[in-house]
Design a protein around this ligand. Structure first.
Ligand code: NAP
Length: 327
């Protein structure tokens, strides 16, 4: 039978590691199932210049290494593998599997993050980091005086376009329909910016390298007529939404229509006692490293208070149960 842990943290972006840091310092001896590809979305970014405390910027991977080291320094135990199954209980023992190995805990923090929705266009993966980006807030400054596109028609696309327009000479917002999902106010603001041009209804057929290797053009296809058109650009920002990584918890905690785990009020409590959620897994609005770290901190405090205020009850709560069949 596995030992009964105080706290298991699943996930390892800024939310997971910050939760681990706080929980370790609260003497909870947390076990972090950090995933095989630990570090989350920031592992795919180049320079992070908007995280407070790094006046000269830092690379995404270095920042994740720093957060990880800091959590480990205070005693967080890291398991570099993927959680494959969970059984989330309402106030009882939380059970997590990594392959055939079962782990049990009194509380669990879900911090598996989100991933950028991909276009699926040829060239997108190959040119990622070489002209193709998923975050104008992070990378716009590298596109000073260039021509760029934003793909998408929601508020994110408008916001990213307005941010990017401060740096780039030209920002084409390419959207597959003539109607926009963005709110009227965001759309009007974007339209009012001189160097933003809306290009609709166009689908991005491919992203192609220029002579030197990085992105050189986007090939667009008119959604109704099929006419194609080349846009010479050196930056393409994909802003077509995010997908929270909540599949592992499907049917076990409340999620909203977008798949984001629902938390109660300002807390990180889910609809199950002892189950907390933090970071991009719950946040479809801000999605910044610093906000994820903040919510990771909140989740560790919520878990700490839960463990303090829930006296062990051998019948109903935290009596270890015999292992059942593995998945
Ligand atoms: P979103 O509202 O879901 O919009 C996604 C956009 O991408 C849609 O226009 C969609 O087109 C398009 N799209 C999706 N898949 C596509 C594909 N495969 N190919 C081409 N286009 C595709 O996502 P979001 O803009 O990230 O916004 C998410 C939430 O955050 C929203 O609630 C938004 O209001 C909020 N937000 C608010 C602010 C703000 O208020 N300042 C800023 C950013 C985000 P269709 O419309 O054709 O489906």
């Amino acid at each position: 039978m596995p030992d009964l842990e105080n706290l298991i943290i699943i996930g390892s972006g800024p939310a997971g590691y910050t939760a681990a840091l706080y929980a370790a310092r609260a003497d909870l001896n947390p076990l972090v199932i950090e995933g095989f590809a630990w570090g989350g979305l920031l592992q795919q970014t180049t320079d992070v210049e908007n995280y407070p405390g790094y006046p000269n910027g830092v690379t995404g991977p270095q920042m994740m290494q720093d957060l990880r080291d800091q959590a480990e320094r205070f005693g967080a135990r890291l398991l570099t593998d993927d959680a494959t199954k969970v059984e989330l209980s309402d106030g009882g023992i939380q059970r997590v599997w990594v392959g055939d190995d079962e782990y049990q805990a009194k509380a669990v923090i879900l911090a598996t993050g989100a991933k950028h929705r991909k276009l699926g266009a040829p060239g997108e993966d190959e040119l990622s980091g070489r002209g193709v980006s998923y975050c104008a807030t992070c990378d716009a400054a590298f596109y000073k005086n260039t021509d760029t596109i934003i793909v998408g028609g929601g508020d994110s696309a408008m916001e990213e376009a307005m941010f990017l327009a401060k740096f780039a000479d030209k920002v084409y917002v390419v959207h597959r329909r003539d109607d926009f999902r963005a709110s009227r106010i965001m759309l009007d603001r974007a339209k009012a910016v001189d160097n933003i041009e809306l290009v609709t209804p166009y689908i991005v057929r491919s992203l192609e390298a220029g002579e030197n290797g990085p992105l050189g053009k986007a090939v667009l296809e008119h959604a109704a007529t099929g006419e194609t058109r080349d846009l010479p650009v050196t930056g393409a920002f994909i802003a077509i939404g995010h997908e929270p990584q909540s599949q592992l918890f499907a049917g076990q905690v409340e999620v909203d229509e977008g798949g984001y785990v629902v938390t109660q009020g300002k807390s990180t409590r889910t609809n199950k006692s002892g189950v907390f959620a933090a970071g991009d897994l719950v946040d479809h609005t801000y999605r910044q490293a610093v906000t994820a770290a903040g919510s990771g901190c909140q989740s560790a405090l919520d878990a700490e208070w839960y463990l303090r205020d829930t006296p062990p009850d051998p019948e109903a709560h935290w009596a270890p149960k015999a292992s059942v069949a593995t998945p």
